[in-house]
Design a binder for this molecule. Structure first.
Ligand SMILES: Cc1cc2nc3c(=O)[nH]c(=O)nc-3n(C[C@H](O)[C@H](O)[C@H](O)COP(=O)(O)OP(=O)(O)OC[C@H]3O[C@@H](n4cnc5c(N)ncnc54)[C@H](O)[C@@H]3O)c2cc1C
Length: 578
């Protein structure tokens, strides 16, 4: 079979902040690295979309240290984060923020030369650095791209989708995938594989994701034998734009302006309501994301929503000059579309924004599968039931660096090339089974309709508000949809195999959606982002949900008391390091 074959010490899958950081650190450590992305390198996924801030206890704006950052993150997680992971990330945050500054990420400075740091809900200190309040992620991606671009030990492969990890005797040997541009099968033999493929929010109808945030890494890891945790914990960003329709505006852009200007939330009756839920004072933005999302949904449920089903955001009390200064060029984009914030209200409502559950790793970013590491939004442990603003990019940068350091230190060699090559045939057979002997274009169209159906059903039945009945209904609908998608046959593609990639993504998303639903059914409580209308209270003792994937593709899910799971992890720390 004609296939491209590469050998490397470290294969990094995904090139957001976590993947680029991992590639750079591994290559600096002397490893030959292959960095693969199904999109363009450093331009797919969430990192480039991130607008606002990065939380790190530099202590330059006011007294702060990693211990306080740790406390805030644990509290913000609604007591669900894994303290080992949180400690690891907050402790190394300051170091990596300074490291990427060396790659050209220009964190904003105050006139006296200190890093500018702002406070964000849930952080008790002015802790969050930024580049330009709407371009922090873009600037971080650009700095990291510069750092990896000419590195002699990094080979970059864009538009290559990894579809299977090769595991022999429980140990990772490399991976198989295909080049999307020319349907070119691909094998990479590598003794260390670092997954950095980002989140899964594309499964929801209202989401802030880019289309490639389809959660592939969760499935690759679970199929290889890794454990997932808390998959039901999806963060809903509370004040995403809802109405009027606007062009050239990112739906989550209202948040930084609320940081700067306050901005009141009003229900459909034009009354403030946040004080009733979170004791938030008028015009002061202090409630965390889970609290604000919950409050908005409760108002909507009670019949006090806005005409399009959200809340109003009101900046009318802010003087025009301050509005113009804070919004900068955005004020003109709004004005061109008839929105004058001195006079008009806009409607906002929650949207799926971040995957808080994920792959269980230890503090060295090892999964329980030897040779397999994970980092970034893919991992479980940092956020529990509610992520604090700014903690995700810190997580991506720190965990990417640690995964690489561990992989280099382990020096696992280049994997068994023969074995990886021989795994290709079975994978190509699996992929090509999606093809139809004749051209069937309408089936491709029906696949897109199936994706919309998935997003709608997840939003309606397993979204921000859940009940046993809605989750059971979601399971039935997922089973039926999965069968229909399996029956969609694609025209054979020898070039630009985008619909093959899309079908793989959709099949994977359906399987992963099932993990969200099954986790949601098992967790009979309301905690943070997981709202069960039929169980209003939180458990007295925090639990984590533990997922394993059988060869048949069936998920098994069990609850484990969190304290017990943390005790167990201590054992894993020792075992995984051998
Ligand atoms: C709109 C938006 C705004 C945000 N703002 C902030 C913020 O202000 N502060 C903050 O801390 N966090 C923010 N976040 C969250 C944060 O940006 C992400 O959690 C973080 O960037 C994730 O980085 P990552 O490297 O793990 O994944 P990503 O940056 O998502 O990168 C994953 C990469 O993996 C690739 N990939 C996926 N599957 C495959 C496969 N099978 N084969 C090959 N490649 C694959 C994708 O193409 C993608 O390029 C925001 C998120 C969004 C969506």
């Amino acid at each position: 079979m004609n296939a491209k074959h590469i050998e490397a010490d470290v294969l990094v899958v995904g090139s957001g902040a976590a993947g680029m950081m991992a590639a750079k650190a591994a290559a600096d450590g002397g490893a030959k690295v292959v960095l693969v992305d199904k999109s363009l390198i450093g331009r797919g996924g969430a990192t480039i979309l991130a607008q606002m801030t990065v939380a790190v206890a530099l202590g330059e704006a006011e007294a702060d240290n990693p211990d306080i950052h740790f406390e805030d993150t644990m509290k913000g997680s609604r007591d669900m984060a894994d303290p080992v992971i949180v400690r690891t990330i907050v402790d190394r945050g300051p170091e990596v923020i300074r490291e990427v500054e060396g790659y050209g990420v220009k964190w904003a400075r105050t006139p006296d030369g200190k890093h500018a740091q702002v406070v964000a809900p849930g952080h008790s200190r002015q802790r969050c650095v930024y580049v330009d309040i709407l371009n922090t992620g873009g600037a971080t991606s650009a700095g990291l791209r510069k750092a990896i671009w000419k590195h002699p030990r990094i080979e970059r492969l864009k538009n290559v989708m990894i579809t299977k990890l090769v595991v022999e005797n429980g140990t990772v040997q490399g991976a198989v995938g295909f080049g999307i541009e020319r349907y070119e099968p691909f094998t990479v033999a590598a003794g260390a594989v670092i997954l950095a493929t980002g989140g899964l929010t594309e499964v929801y109808a209202r989401n802030s994701a880019s289309a490639n945030m389809t959660g592939d890494g969760f499935l690759l890891a679970a199929e290889a034998g890794a454990e997932l945790r808390d998959m039901e914990m999806v963060q809903f960003f509370p004040i995403a734009h809802l109405h009027p329709p606007l062009v050239g505006i990112d739906p989550i852009m209202w948040d930084p302006f609320r940081y700067k200007l306050g901005g009141r939330l009003l229900n459909g009756n034009h009354e403030e309501f946040m004080d009733r839920y979170n004791k938030e004072q008028s015009g002061v933005y202090t409630a965390a994301r889970d609290q604000t999302s919950y409050a908005i949904f409760q108002e909507v449920e009670a019949g006090r929503g806005t005409p399009h089903g959200g809340a109003y955001l009101d900046f009318r009390m802010v003087e025009e000059a301050r509005l113009k200064e804070a919004f900068g060029p955005v004020i003109k984009i709004l004005a061109d579309q008839g929105v004058d914030l001195t006079r008009d209200l806009v409607e906002v409502a929650p949207m799926a924004h971040f995957t808080m559950g994920g792959i269980r790793v230890n503090s060295d970013m090892e999964t329980r599968v030897p040779g397999l590491y994970a980092c970034g939004e893919l991992i479980y442990g940092m956020h529990g039931a509610n992520r604090l603003s700014g903690n995700a990019i810190t997580e991506a940068l720190v965990t990417g660096r640690i995964a690489a350091e561990t992989a280099v230190q382990a020096n696992r060699g280049r994997g068994d090339a023969e074995l990886v090559r021989s795994a290709l045939a079975a994978e190509v057979t699996r992929l090509e089974a999606f093809w139809h002997p004749r051209s069937v274009e309408q089936d491709e169209a029906s696949m897109l309709a199936c994706k919309r159906e998935l997003q709608q059903l997840m939003w309606e039945d397993a979204g921000p508000l859940r009940t046993e009945a809605s989750l059971e209904r979601a399971l039935d609908r997922l089973t039926e949809l999965g069968e229909r998608v399996r029956g969609v046959a694609l025209a054979p593609q020898r070039s630009f195999a985008l619909s093959l990639a899309e079908k793989l993504e959709l099949s994977g998303m359906i399987q992963l959606s099932e993990s969200i639903v099954r986790g949601g059914l098992v967790r009979r409580e309301t905690r943070g982002a997981h709202v069960r209308l039929d169980y209003a209270d939180a458990y007295e003792t925090a639990v984590t949900t533990v997922f394993a994937l059988a060869e048949s593709g069936e998920w098994s899910v069990r609850e484990q008391p969190l304290a017990e799971a943390i005790e167990d992890s201590k054992g894993d720390e020792a075992a995984w390091q051998q």
